[in-house]
Design a protein around this ligand. Structure first.
Ligand code: BGC
Ligand code: BGC
Length: 828
């Protein structure tokens, strides 16, 4: 009791940064069962591990424990150090080329592999392994089959289908020469405001547990049957533990569940996945009861390894060790001592981490026995995975076989998954199934938008900056409708904004959330689009004209959509269906008798914008309960719903051009006097000008703009819509920036309006920014009146640029339009 109140006080006052894992002791040994993995310890492998370990130097051992990222190491680094593994993060491709073809991936794998076993420099001959986030298909690769995100698969509730998806994913991954997949995510998502909600199958452990074993079996094969043969890859159950249960759904936040709940709710995916033989577990960014998991000896060593008996390895998450108390990206003995076996060490800091860890072992801060245990685990998995016996990447069964990427068979599996994931929330007056032989109007910006329907972790990490051409072989939701309607002799018009010439018989509206990943998807309210009623007005307009409306809602979580439900006769939660959008039409038109709605909510649907609600809650009162989902057999009318809400929304958010991420409808490009190139990935160059994402609070929530040339060039934000109204009020443009040195006078903020020639205005940034301390984030503001004609006329802001004609570096994390009273009038 006493301990609890200290804990509560600490939480209230300090946010608990100070609590160490050791202060959370448990005597409830009974909570954690021994897991009987289907992968049985093999004496001959254990002997090989021991024999190999005995030959290794300390340097070689530590290199096995460091996992750098492809954007920050070279083949020569691999040759020199002999890393045990490496990864490509979301949106990272060989040679930084988004359009790399499978052969280029394999060639890169081959070079890394050869370098790892080239004993010329580091002296070891242990094959490295490449890990990737194939979290809904091989999602970093152009042309891959993108399956529905996990939230949709949870609604399908079909373990056999999940296994097929995993097997297909493994094949596509192997076609690129990759050995290891960072999936499945087994988070039990308890607060849907979390930006990773869609990576979870459910809010409830039941489906998660069953799925975890199905997917692990699909990726790795079945122990005793086809385990880790040439058609399988290593899988990782992540993120251990409690990632889906942080307070307020804050990514990487604090999970305050008690230990029984931690097991009952958040550990079930590990029970399923480890039983099926998963060979690795990824530590989570979040805290449990105040302490970061990466530093929790209790959870990693005592619970996972000792109590549950896990004998594979634990890999960290993206510099997650750097968040442990007393640690940095460059140094973290505490994580290794807690039981972490591999540091995920993207960014250039891997080198210092490698050196510091060696030093810490020599100085006794990390016992050599711990290092030997970690390396033994890594080697054990490498032997089990056959890495010492497999041919080199180019010579493997699927290597470079382009035909497996986006293979027709895989797309068929994805189509089935799309059909089964759709949940019918409302179908008043049996609006669905639709007859195809009528006049159909398809509206909404999600209708013909494969990027939007695929969500985050799709080619790019955030899933943004893609066009339909970036998904060759894929189809949009509209594509499917088009085929069905034309075949039946109906007529179809696509009109994003809902304008039409001939009155349609029915409207299909496809709309929903823009893509996001991780913390960038955290939201404060579950209300869909609370500040922008353009789509709602459009739907209500159809309703008034007596045109039936079918909504197909794209989202990474259940959302409060009461006004949209009211404005729709039928409403389908489509989640994030992925690259095979055409399959949605199979169900909307019931193209065959089996094509009824099969999806059932694996997440409770909220009754208010701020309702946090889960199956088995006391006083459970969602709008639609867990398990809900109509079929064509049901005759249930959804009544008019309350549209009342008391929302407090951060108004600034809505007026940002960039706020940790690019905000629609703004698009980004680099421009110099002659050329322009769109910013479509995390690092883009144009002559001496470059843009590269950097981390401020979370990954990639800011960018570095640098100009190494002496010609006029800059980064431009362009408004895809009709522009942003900036007429005469007290608004200011606010930039959150960080400088490395004095900014030269030539750096300008330029705002253009309707007619670029007549209305081009710029102010110098140097004075105000140079007044900020160096290497520290701060904000500067410029009244819109500084850009005089802009505010005087009733203009619309079409573009905004940060430009310079001399060498400079500037980090930017936000550009917002905000109201300041009194408006700051200084322009320079
Ligand atoms: C995510 C992981 C992912 C890793 C590598 C992290 O930020 O949390 O899920 O596997 O990045 O991309
Ligand atoms: C990287 C992604 C990575 C993500 C992990 C980002 O900074 O660019 O590739 O997957 O962090 O959180």
């Amino acid at each position: 009791m006493k301990k609890l109140s200290i804990l509560a006080a600490c939480l209230a006052i300090f946010g608990c940064n100070q609590i160490d894992s050791t202060s959370v002791k448990s005597n409830k040994n009974a909570i954690w069962p021994v897991i009987q993995s289907q992968v049985i310890k093999d004496e001959s492998i254990e002997n090989k591990v021991k024999a190999l370990l005995d030959t290794m130097t300390l340097e070689q051992k530590i290199a096995q424990m460091i996992q750098p990222e492809i954007r920050d190491i070279s083949i020569e680094d691999m040759r020199k150090y002999g890393f045990g593994s490496y990864l490509n993060g979301g949106g990272a491709f060989p040679s930084g080329n988004k359009y790399s073809i499978p052969q280029e991936w394999v060639d890169y794998a081959q070079l890394m592999y050869e370098a790892s076993i080239d004993d010329a420099l580091d002296g070891s001959k242990i094959p490295t392994m490449w890990g990737t986030d194939a979290v809904h298909g091989h999602n970093n690769v152009i042309g891959a089959t993108l399956f529905p995100h996990n939230i949709g698969l949870g609604a399908a509730n079909n373990s056999a289908l999940i296994k097929d998806i995993a097997t297909a994913t493994a094949t596509e991954v192997m076609a690129t020469g990759i050995d290891w997949v960072f999936a499945p995510t087994v988070a039990a998502v308890r607060d849907d405001r979390w930006g990773r909600t869609y990576e979870g199958y459910s809010e409830d452990p039941e489906i998660i547990k069953a799925y975890a074993s199905a997917i692990v079996e699909g990726l790795q094969g079945k122990p005793g049957v086809d385990f880790m043969d040439d058609s399988h890859v290593i899988s990782t159950v992540k993120h251990f533990i409690g990632d889906g249960g942080t307070n307020n759904g804050i990514d990487q936040g604090n999970n305050t569940a008690d230990e029984q709940e931690l097991f009952d709710i958040h550990a079930q995916g590990y029970v399923g996945g480890l039983t099926a033989g998963a060979q690795s577990v990824m530590a989570s960014f979040n805290r449990w009861q105040g302490a970061k998991i990466h530093g929790s000896k209790y959870l990693i060593n005592d619970v996972l390894k000792e109590k549950m008996g896990f004998d594979g390895f634990v890999v960290g998450d993206w510099n997650g060790h750097g968040q442990v108390r007393g640690c940095s990206n460059e140094s973290c003995p505490a994580a290794i001592n807690a039981g972490l076996d591999i540091f995920m060490a993207p960014t250039h800091t891997w080198k210092a981490l490698y050196e510091n860890t060696i030093k810490q072992v020599k100085e006794g801060d990390i016992p050599l026995s711990r290092i030997d245990d970690a390396v033994s685990r890594i080697l054990r998995v490498k032997f089990r995975a056959g890495l010492f016996d497999k041919p080199s990447p180019v010579n493997r069964k699927y290597a470079g076989k382009t035909e497996y990427i986006g293979h027709e068979k895989h797309r068929k599996i994805a189509e089935k998954a799309v059909r089964e994931s759709l949940v019918l929330l409302k179908n008043n007056g049996s609006t669905l199934p639709l007859s195809a032989n009528q006049r159909i109007l398809v509206v909404g910006d999600g209708a013909d938008n494969i990027g939007k329907q695929s969500g985050g972790w799709s080619i790019s990490w955030q899933g943004t900056n893609n066009t339909n051409d970036d998904f060759p072989g894929g189809t949009s939701i509209y594509d499917g409708i088009d085929v069905v309607v034309k075949k039946a002799g109906g007529s179809i018009v696509l009109s994003v904004d809902g304008k039409y010439e001939k009155k349609p018989d029915v409207v299909i509206a496809v709309y929903g959330e823009e893509p996001y990943a991780e913390g960038q998807g955290d939201v404060k309210t579950l209300a869909y689009n609370p500040l922008n009623t353009k789509e709602l007005n459009m739907l209500q307009g159809f309703k008034q004209q007596g045109i039936p409306v079918v909504s197909v809602f794209i989202s990474g979580r259940p959302m409060w959509v009461n006004p949209y439900l009211n404005a729709s006769d039928a409403f389908v939660a489509a989640w994030l269906p992925g690259s095979e959008g055409k399959a949605v039409a199979d169900v909307l038109f019931k193209r065959s008798p089996q094509n009824d709605f099969k999806g059932r909510l694996s997440f409770s649907w909220p009754a208010t914008p701020d309702q946090i609600v889960n199956r088995h809650d006391k006083d459970y009162s969602p709008l639609f309960p867990y398990g809900y989902g109509l079929t064509y057999e049901d005759d249930i009318q959804v009544k008019q719903l309350s549209e009342h809400h008391t929302l407090v929304i951060d108004g600034q958010q809505a007026e940002a051009l960039f706020d940790g991420k690019l905000v629609a409808p703004w698009i980004l490009s680099l421009m110099d006097e002659m050329r322009q190139t769109p910013v479509k990935s995390s690092s883009v160059e144009l002559g001496g000008l470059s843009y590269r994402t950097i981390d401020k609070i979370v990954q990639e929530d800011a960018f570095k703009l640098s100009n190494q040339g002496n010609t006029l060039a800059g980064l431009w934000f362009n408004n895809k819509d009709d522009g942003y109204g900036v007429s005469g009020d007290n608004r200011v443009v606010e930039l959150t920036v960080r400088r490395e040195a004095l900014l030269p006078e030539s750096v300008m903020l330029a705002l253009n309006c309707d007619d670029i020639k007549q209305c081009q205005h710029a102010v110098a940034l140097a004075n105000k920014i140079n007044a900020l301390p160096v290497n520290t984030w701060g904000s500067v503001q410029y009244s819109l009146s500084c850009f005089n004609q802009l505010s005087a006329s009733h203009s619309k802001l079409k573009s905004l640029g940060v430009i310079s004609s001399s060498k400079m570096n500037l980090d930017i994390s936000a550009i917002r339009m905000t109201i300041k009273e009194p408006a700051s009038t200084e322009c320079n």
